[in-house]
Design a protein. Structure first.
Length: 490
């Protein structure tokens, strides 16, 4: 039977509900998702509790049923249609992973509809319930997945809302506006375009979510939401305002910081021992017209280490100051432990969109090393001491880097490698802790850029991009982090 629950704009439809579901022999309810389970996610290889498998972002499974000997025999076992994702759009944008706990799979359709599917048989998928967040088709269609905490499923919606749904029944627990609302430090410029499109980190009863619509001419932020009430606990802006450290890196008279981008549009990683969030940020705005926004433009194109309790920034590392190729750094910053001089040391490993693999200390962001993994022509290399491009000059407000590939006003089209898709855009890398190898898939390509000067409060996109002029298609790369502390590309 079908049971409909109407709550404001949200509708829940349940195929089986409450005690009836138990009586008919549905699988036992799963245990609550707790801090202990998330910290020890690797001990539950049959489940997938977070978007990137564990807090550290390893995307690695200890299951061994699929191996080199039988992988060629993989085939589709069954399919469950997500027909609601096709309503109102010709190009669905669902890039989140399903979550699995105790044989139950949870995913969304990009329009705010959450599905619970019984996949425990391995032979068929049975939809248990759907919960419709009712996002207007006038809103952007995009999702990077749902989040589990306690006995609830959480989903951030592109109209600035967050919904919480009971995992057993599909009933709505709350429906709150967590973006497009005034907050201390807000400029209110383009506030109505904020989109919390990423999945969330669930940490000790708080859900960490960011405004991901930096390219929509907004100011990026990361905030914590109370998992019980949906209330905002703290918010930290990724583009510092007046009086905040880093604001001085937004120079000139255009006040570009008000809509400066630096959006956290993917979920970060977390070290539970030091209680540190590692969040990557997007490009600055305007995207290519760096002369409109002179200065290093913190914290755009950076990894920012933050305290989950209050959102305070512990340290940061900016990969390319005054960046102007759309090389944002939202791909994973994996938390890894490797021996350094015989001492197990936590580091961050990061495949950058600009074409280099970086490693740095996780406790303070100190740069360790970097190598290119794809064709790079915008810099001649990374300084082994600072981790900055070798051409970087802190005395300059507008960086030149390699002039032949640096898009600036009046230069005409320049050829840059990699393209704006990067070597790796945001597809998650994976790390095997037994072999010390990190894997990622990406693309080798270059593209032509011609800068169109920005005017006003960035109401127009300031770029005209030519086609990708050379592409070798998709490719695979792997970085081996060996115990002798060498870095090799294989």
């Amino acid at each position: 039977m079908n049971i409909a629950f109407i709550r404001g704009r949200a509708t829940t439809s349940s195929i089986l509900g409450g005690a009836l579901a138990v009586a008919l022999g549905c699988p036992a309810f799963a245990a609550d998702v707790t801090s202990d389970r998330l910290v020890n996610a690797g001990k539950e290889p049959q489940n997938w509790l977070t978007q990137n498998q564990n807090y550290q972002g390893w995307n690695w499974s200890a299951l061994t049923e699929i191996n080199k000997g039988n992988v060629k025999g993989l085939h589709v076992a069954f399919a469950v249609p997500i027909t609601s994702t096709l309503v109102g759009t010709a190009s669905p944008n669902n890039s989140g992973r399903p979550l699995v706990d105790n044989g139950m799979m949870y995913y969304d359709d990009g329009w705010g509809m959450i599905y619970k599917v019984d996949v425990s048989s391995g032979k068929a998928g049975k939809i248990i319930w759907t919960a419709d967040g009712s996002v207007s088709k006038d809103e952007k269609h995009i999702s990077r997945g749902v989040t589990m905490w306690g006995n609830a499923i959480y989903h951030s919606l592109t109209d600035g809302r967050m919904i919480a749904v009971d995992r057993d029944t599909g009933d709505f627990l709350f429906d709150k506006q967590i973006a497009r609302v005034s907050y201390k430090g807000e400029t209110n410029v383009s506030q109505n375009k904020e989109i919390p499109q990423a999945s969330m980190l669930a940490i000790d009863g708080k859900l960490i979510i960011g405004n991901g619509n930096g390219d929509g001419i907004t100011r990026g932020w990361l905030e914590a939401v109370d998992a019980k009430t949906g209330d905002i606990v703290w918010r930290t802006y990724m583009v510092p305002g007046p009086g905040e450290p880093g604001h001085e890196t937004w120079k000139g008279t255009n006040e570009a910081w008000r809509v400066g981008g630096a959006a956290p549009w993917t979920v970060g990683t977390y070290d539970s021992e030091t209680r540190t969030i590692f969040q990557g940020t997007g490009n600055a705005q305007p995207m290519f017209d760096v002369e409109y926004r002179p200065g290093d433009n913190l914290y755009a194109g950076s990894v920012v280490a933050m305290n989950p309790d209050d959102g305070k920034i512990k340290w940061y590392f900016q990969f390319v100051p005054n960046e102007g190729w759309d090389y944002d750094e939202n791909s994973l910053h994996q938390v890894l432990t490797v021996p350094i001089n015989g001492t197990p040391t936590k580091i961050l490993g990061h495949w950058s969109r600009g074409g280099n693999v970086y490693r740095m200390r996780a406790d303070n962001g100190a740069f360790l090393d970097a190598i290119p993994y794809t064709n790079v022509n915008w810099t001649k290399g990374i300084d082994p001491k600072t981790g900055k491009p070798v051409e970087y000059d802190p005395r300059l407000d507008v960086q030149t880097y390699v002039a032949a590939s640096r898009p600036l006003r009046g230069k005409g089209e320049v050829l840059t490698c990699p393209s704006s898709e990067g070597g790796i855009r945001f597809a998650s890398s994976a790390f095997n802790p037994n072999t010390y190898i990190s894997y990622a898939s990406g693309m080798e390509s270059c593209y032509g850029i011609t800068v169109m000067p920005s005017f006003g409060q960035l109401t127009e996109v300031s770029i005209r991009m030519g086609p990708v002029v050379s592409a070798a298609g998709s490719g695979l790369a792997a970085t081996s982090i060996r115990k002798d502390w060498s870095l090799l590309t294989i």
